[in-house]
Write a protein that binds this ligand. Structure first.
Ligand SMILES: [Fe+2]
Length: 172
C-alpha cells in the first residue's frame, strides 16, 4: 500500500492510501476538499473511501464536498460518531475490519481525544488522528465522558489515557 501525505489547512495532513493492485484509493481525515481532489487527479486513482479518525472539523471538513464529487464514496467513522461525522456510511466498532481495493485493515477504539476516536491499522502502519503525536498524546477532550458513560463507578483520567496509549503500543 502506498501512502501519500497531503498538506491541508495551515498545519494539517490528510493521507492518501493507494492500493497498487486495483488503483483504488482511500483518504484518511480529509480536512478539506481541494488538496485531496488535486492529489487524486495527479495520481490518476479512483477514490472510493474516506477513513475518519474522529469528528473534529479539521479531520472531516472535506467529507461533504468529496462525497458530492465522488458519489457512492464510503465514509467510515466510529459508531458513536453517528450525527457528528458528515455523510458517514459505515459505523465501526473496536476490532472491526475495513477494506478498500485489496488492502485490509482493522480499527482500534481509543477514546480520549474524543469519545469516538479510532485508529486505523494497516500492516505496520497506524493512523491515529489526534490521539498520538511525535511528542506525546493529543489533548484529552472527551475521556471523562466516555469513562463515565461506560464505567460510572470509575474516575481515573491519567490511568485511562495510559490504557488507551498502551492499547496502541501493544499492536506494534
Ligand atoms: Fe481533534
Amino acid at each position: 500500500m502506498k501512502v501519500i501525505p497531503i498538506p491541508c489547512l495551515n498545519d494539517n495532513f490528510a493521507y492518501l492510501l493507494i492500493c497498487p493492485e486495483t488503483n483504488e484509493a482511500a483518504v484518511v481525515d480529509p480536512s478539506e476538499y481541494k488538496p485531496v481532489f488535486k492529489e487524486v487527479q495527479k495520481r490518476k486513482v479512483t477514490l472510493t473511501t474516506i477513513f475518519n479518525t474522529h469528528h473534529h472539523w479539521d479531520h472531516v471538513g472535506g467529507n461533504d464536498e468529496l462525497s458530492r464529487h465522488f458519489p457512492g464514496i464510503k465514509i467510515h467513522a466510529h459508531i458513536s460518531d453517528r450525527d457528528r461525522v458528515p455523510g458517514q456510511t459505515d459505523f465501526l466498532e473496536d476490532g472491526d475490519f475495513v477494506q478498500f481495493g485489496n488492502q485490509k485493515g482493522s480499527i482500534l477504539h481509543n477514546p480520549g481525544h474524543t469519545s469516538g476516536a479510532i485508529t486505523y491499522l494497516f500492516g505496520n502502519m497506524a493512523f491515529t488522528g489526534d490521539t498520538l503525536f511525535s511528542g506525546g498524546c493529543g489533548r484529552v477532550f472527551e475521556l471523562q465522558k466516555h469513562v463515565s458513560q461506560k464505567h460510572p463507578d470509575i474516575n481515573l483520567d491519567p490511568v485511562s489515557i495510559f490504557t488507551v496509549i498502551r492499547k496502541l503500543k501493544d499492536q506494534f
